[in-house]
Design a protein around this ligand. Sequence first.
Ligand code: SF4
Length: 283
Amino acid sequence: MATGDLITATQNTWCPGCGNFSIEHSLKEVIVGLIGDGTPAENIVLVTGIGCHAKMADYLGVNSFYSLHGRTVPVASGIKIANPELTVICCVGDGDCYGEGLEHLLFAAKRNVGITVIVHNNRVYGLTTGQYTPTSPLGFSGKSTPHGTIEHPINPLALLLSSGAGWVGRGYTRRLPQLKSLIDAAIRHPGFAALDLLQICATFYNRTACYNTHTYDLIDHNPSRFEDAYTKAREWDYTSEGPIPLGIFYDRNLPCFEDQVRESAALSTDTTQAISRILDRHR
Ligand code: SF4
């Protein structure tokens, strides 16, 4: 299979220069690699929310599901728990997932559901033409805040780490080789993985000059050490220019929720059968 085999007939309506193109291209290459390594194409499921990012479900030729706004993660979690053999990938927006869907995200991290959450973090509601999101910087001026926001942004990486996420990373849509390798690593991680992607919104919040100047790669960083990951996650506050670290912040294998659900279901079945046998003996 080649990336061209994953192109659908749907007309692309993203703006020229949108960072979503890089994510789509990289995800296609990663999916082709997964299939080449033996993952059946029919076992790959893409779940999206609502927003510009969500059109990925129309443009990528894999099994996909458009969920409600902010509800990508619980839909994906249900799919994974029902069939752990599936590779479940979520494409979500920052407003979609860090706003409407934040509780779902943190609980999936807490439970370690084996899904991959790729956040197209353009730090603005692009589809609705420029309102501020939870990661817009303090003072962001847009349609809903013409005089600038008076709220500090959240730090999603610090929140995810403190919620128990086993894999946390950050990429940038203009760093293509690293973008692809981060998406690949996140999907191949066996438990919950969250990848925050600094995505250029060419129309409503173009941070290309800032990100080109202030991003740097995490080197000499041990992703198995929680304290180091947390310190690096807090290095950039999503308002200042930078420095902005990119790479894998945290990588640790933990028991997956879906496996534990199966084990406890098997246990309860055994227990039920054992109790019936005992009751039968007393009849
Ligand atoms: Fe991309 Fe922004 Fe256009 Fe949406 S509005 S397609 S995020 S450039």
